[in-house]
Design a protein around this ligand. Structure first.
Ligand code: FES
Length: 146
C-alpha cells in the first residue's frame, strides 16, 4: 500500500467510524417496538416529562434523561406525593425495578433491596438510590435531574 492509498484508507475509516458512532447513539435512544425517542432532554426549567400520571397508577415510570436512568413512583405512604430516584444501583450500576407488592426497589443483578425512599435495606449495595425532584403538571409527570 502506497502513501496515497493509506491516506485514503485512513480517511475513509475515520468517516465510517463517525457514521457508525452516530448510528449507535441514535439507536440507543430509540424504543425498539415503537421507534420513539426514549431519551429526554430538560427544558429551560430543568424539568423533563417522563410519562403520564396514569402510568404511575400501573406501577413505576422508568425513563432516561440525558443518559441518566430515573424511576418515579407514588409514595406508598402518601399516594399524592411522588418519589423520584436515580434508578442506577450504587453497587455495580444495574437499573433497579419497583416491586409494588413488597413496596421496594430490587436490583436484578445482585439482589440489593431499597425502601421506597431509596434507602438501602439489603446489600451488597452500601448506599441508597439518589433522590430526585419530581412533580405533576396536568397529566404529565416531570423530573428534574440537576
Ligand atoms: Fe445492584 Fe449489584 S448492581 S446489587
Amino acid at each position: 500500500m502506497n502513501r496515497r492509498s493509506f491516506v485514503q484508507w485512513a480517511g475513509l475509516s475515520w468517516v465510517m467510524s463517525v457514521v457508525l458512532a452516530a448510528c449507535r447513539q441514535s439507536a440507543s435512544n430509540t424504543d425498539a417496538e415503537t421507534g420513539t425517542d426514549t431519551s429526554a432532554a430538560p427544558g429551560a426549567s430543568g424539568l423533563v416529562e417522563v410519562g403520564a400520571v396514569s402510568e404511575l397508577d400501573q406501577g413505576a415510570i422508568q425513563a432516561e434523561i440525558e443518559g441518566r436512568q430515573v424511576i418515579v413512583i407514588r409514595d406508598p405512604n402518601q399516594p399524592d406525593q411522588l418519589i423520584a430516584l436515580d434508578a442506577v444501583c450504587p453497587h455495580a450500576g444495574c437499573a433497579v425495578d419497583w416491586q409494588a407488592e413488597s413496596e421496594m426497589f430490587v436490583c436484578p443483578c445482585h439482589n440489593s433491596q431499597f425502601a421506597a425512599s431509596g434507602d438501602v435495606t439489603q446489600g451488597p449495595a452500601t448506599s441508597g438510590l439518589e433522590p430526585l425532584t419530581a412533580q405533576i403538571e396536568g397529566d404529565a409527570v416531570l423530573v428534574q435531574v440537576s
